[in-house]
Design a protein around this ligand. Structure first.
Ligand SMILES: NC(=O)c1ccc[n+]([C@@H]2O[C@H](COP(=O)([O-])OP(=O)(O)OC[C@H]3O[C@@H](n4cnc5c(N)ncnc54)[C@H](OP(=O)(O)O)[C@@H]3O)[C@@H](O)[C@H]2O)c1
Length: 267
C-alpha cells in the first residue's frame, strides 16, 4: 500500500464536520494559497459552476493552481471561470459508485477518467497513482457518451436489483432476505461478465429460445405486478437482440419470442 501523503490545507463544506479539524464552513475562511495547489471540487454536478464562481472571488493566486471536479458528464469547461484566473482545470472522474460513507480503499484499482488542460492532467495522473487508482484520459467530446455507459452499468443495475427484490416481496420475502437470496446469483453473473462478452455471458430462457418460459413470465406479470410488464417487455426485447447479435439465437426463434413479448393478449 502506498503510504505517501499530501499536505491537506482545508476542507470546505456548508455543514459542520466536527470530526474533521481542517473543515471550514465559510469560503472566506479558507486559507489564501499563493503557490502550487490542487483544489478538488467534490460537489454535485449542478453545483460545480456555482462553487467555481464563488472560488474565483477568493483571494488565492490561481496561476500555479490546478482545479478539478469529479463529474463523469461535465468537462473541464465547467471550471472556465477559474481558468480565466490562470488555473489549469480538469475533470477527474472516479469510475466507482460511492453509496453512503466509503473508505479510502474503495478508490484502489479503480479507473480515474480525466480530461482537461495538460498541466492538470499530468498532476491528475500522479494523484490517481498515489491513491492506488489507474488514470485514463478521455476526450471532452466523448464524455457524455462515456457517462451514459457508466450510468447504465451502475445505476440501472441497482434499479434491476430493486425490481427483482420488489418481485420477491410479492411472495413474502423481506428486503434483507431477498438481498441474501439473489446476491450469489448476481455475483455469478458479474464474474461471468468479467471474462466473457455480454453475448457469451447471457443465460436464461431468451437465449435458449424457451418461448413457453417467456410466456409464463408474462402470465406471472398480472394483477399486482402488471405495472412491471412494460419493463419486462423492453428488457426481454433487448435480451433477444443481444442473443441474435451474438449468433446464439436463430432469427426464427427470435421472431417467436418477440411475438410473445409484444402480444397484447393476456397470457
Ligand atoms: N457518489 C458517487 O458514486 C460518485 C461517483 C463518481 C463521481 N461522482 C461525482 O462526485 C461529485 C459529488 O457527488 P456526490 O455523490 O459525492 O454528491 P453529494 O454527496 O450530494 O455531495 C457532496 C458534497 O457536496 C457538498 N456541497 C453541495 N453543494 C455545495 C456548495 N454549494 N458548496 C460547497 N459544498 C457543497 C455537500 O456538503 P455540504 O452540504 O456540507 O456543503 C456534500 O457533502 C459529483 O460531481 C458526482 O458526479 C460521484
Amino acid at each position: 500500500m502506498n503510504q505517501t501523503r499530501l499536505p491537506l490545507e482545508a476542507i470546505f463544506g456548508r455543514s459542520p464536520r466536527q470530526n474533521l479539524p481542517l473543515a471550514v464552513q465559510k469560503m472566506n475562511t479558507l486559507p489564501h494559497v499563493t503557490g502550487p495547489c490542487l483544489w478538488l471540487l467534490c460537489v454535485p454536478d449542478d453545483q460545480i459552476t456555482e462553487v467555481a464562481q464563488e472560488l474565483a472571488a477568493h483571494k488565492s493566486q490561481w496561476h500555479e493552481a490546478v482545479v478539478a471536479h469529479m463529474s463523469g458528464l461535465h468537462t473541464a469547461s465547467a471550471l472556465d471561470v477559474l481558468r480565466k484566473k490562470g488555473a489549469s482545470a480538469m475533470s477527474f472522474h472516479p469510475l466507482q459508485t460511492f453509496a453512503a460513507e466509503a473508505p479510502a480503499e474503495s478508490l484502489r484499482e479503480i479507473y480515474i477518467v480525466m480530461e482537461g488542460d495538460p498541466a492538470a492532467l499530468t498532476l491528475g495522473e500522479q494523484l490517481a497513482r498515489l491513491i492506488g487508482a489507474k488514470p485514463r484520459r478521455i476526450s471532452s467530446e466523448a464524455k457524455p457518451t462515456y457517462h451514459l455507459a457508466a450510468s447504465i452499468a451502475s445505476n440501472f443495475l441497482v434499479t434491476l436489483m430493486g425490481i427483482s427484490r420488489e418481485v420477491l416481496a410479492k411472495i413474502g420475502f423481506s428486503e434483507p432476505d431477498a438481498r441474501t437470496l439473489m446476491q450469489t446469483l448476481v455475483d455469478g453473473t458479474t464474474a461471468n461478465l468479467r471474462n466473457l462478452s455480454a453475448g457469451e455471458a447471457l443465460t436464461g430462457p431468451v437465449v435458449r429460445g424457451d418461448v413457453h418460459t417467456v410466456e409464463q413470465h408474462l402470465a406471472t406479470l398480472k394483477d399486482e405486478l402488471a405495472g412491471l410488464k412494460p419493463f419486462y417487455q423492453l428488457m426481454a426485447a433487448e435480451t433477444t437482440r443481444l442473443a441474435v447479435q451474438s449468433e446464439r439465437l436463430s432469427a426464427e426463434k427470435a421472431q417467436s419470442i418477440l411475438a410473445q413479448i409484444l402480444s397484447e393478449t393476456p397470457s
